[in-house]
Write a protein that binds this ligand. Structure first.
Ligand code: C2E
Ligand code: CA
Ligand code: CA
Ligand code: CA
Length: 281
């Protein structure tokens, strides 16, 4: 709609403008959501393969929007990441998840006590005061660091190995375990990860969903398990949906499992109810 003389405006076509508007709106809405406490945490159980018992949960954020309903992370995490809003959102999730697991630990005593997995994004890990803030959150919620597990992606650890190493050491000093999320989708070698204080891999859902459908894929997953176990690492399979997948994972001596076969991520009330049952299925 601008005249020819204003050529620089023509680089925006209307669909790009729409995109920018939605993003701006989303950013504004996200800031409001933080102020009005519209975020909630859902919990998905993680089971020990051997006993099929729930040993802990992964905390997964959702946005309870006043008019749009429940919004999944895929729709807002990347904008939160780009705008830096993931930092306060991430601390909120951490605080809430630590508070909740501390409550469940008292309600459902177990040995070892129930643990909580929380996702950390690259932007959060770049904060120089991350370890300090996490230590304050643990203290506030009276949670032992050994019962908090942080999920990081491979790229994060490879890209900034200098500062990442310091961060990992700080987390380990608090007793916190670091786990590699979506393992297999990045480019890190297991032998490299082994040089870092990381003792658990979460094999990405894409590998689990193809189990049994391709001999090649099954062999790759088998190799991941053998290598991880030879290096003394534990393995969690995420996205387990069928009994067939479960039995091949059993053959591969998978340590922990998580997926819709056992339970979807649910609110704290429903998650607490799962702990009342001897088995999650
Ligand atoms: P993720 O960390 O890989 O989390 C696992 C995702 O897989 C979750 O999606 C979960 O609902 C889904 N899932 C679990 N089991 C199954 C299954 O059997 N089948 C299928 N089809 N899906 C399964 P969700 O909750 O939508 O989260 C998506 C992503 O958003 C997460 O992937 C994570 O990268 C990010 N995210 C979620 N919560 C947080 C958070 O608090 N902080 C940060 N930084 N990222 C988060
Ligand atoms: Ca995760
Ligand atoms: Ca994952
Ligand atoms: Ca992911």
């Amino acid at each position: 709609s601008k005249g020819k003389g204003l050529g620089r405006y023509e680089i925006f076509d209307s669909s790009m403008l729409d995109h920018v508007m939605t993003r701006l709106e989303l950013e504004t809405d996200l800031r409001k959501a933080l102020n009005f406490q519209e975020f909630i945490v859902h919990y998905q159980p993680i089971l020990e393969m051997k006993t099929q018992r729930i040993i802990g949960f992964e905390a997964l954020v959702r946005w309870q929007h006043p008019t749009k309903g429940l919004i999944m992370p895929a729709e807002f995490i990347s904008v939160a990441e780009e705008t830096g809003l993931i930092v306060p959102i991430g601390y909120w999730v951490l605080d809430e998840a630590c508070r909740q697991i501390h409550t469940w630990q008292a309600q459902f005593p177990a040995s070892p006590p129930l643990s909580i997995n929380v996702n950390l994004s690259p932007r959060q890990c770049a904060q120089p005061d991350l370890v300090w803030n996490i230590s304050k959150i643990l203290k506030k919620n009276e949670l032992d660091g050994r019962h908090l597990k942080l999920e990081l992606t491979e790229s994060l650890i490879i890209d900034e190995s200098g500062s990442a190493k310091t961060m990992l050491a700080g987390l380990r000093d608090l007793g916190i375990q670091v786990q590699i999320d979506d393992f297999g989708t990045g480019y890190s070698s297991l032998s490299y990860l082994h040089t870092l204080p990381i003792d658990t891999l979460k094999i990405d859902r894409s590998f689990i969903s193809r189990l049994g459908t391709s001999a090649n894929n099954t062999e790759i997953v088998q190799t991941m398990f053998s290598l991880a176990h030879n290096l003394g690492m534990k393995v969690i399979a995420e996205g387990v949906e069928t009994n067939e997948q479960l039995s091949s994972l059993q053959t591969m001596q998978c340590d922990f499992v998580q997926g819709f076969l056992f339970a979807k991520p649910v609110n704290s009330l429903e998650a607490g109810a799962l702990l009342n049952k001897p088995h999650a299925q």
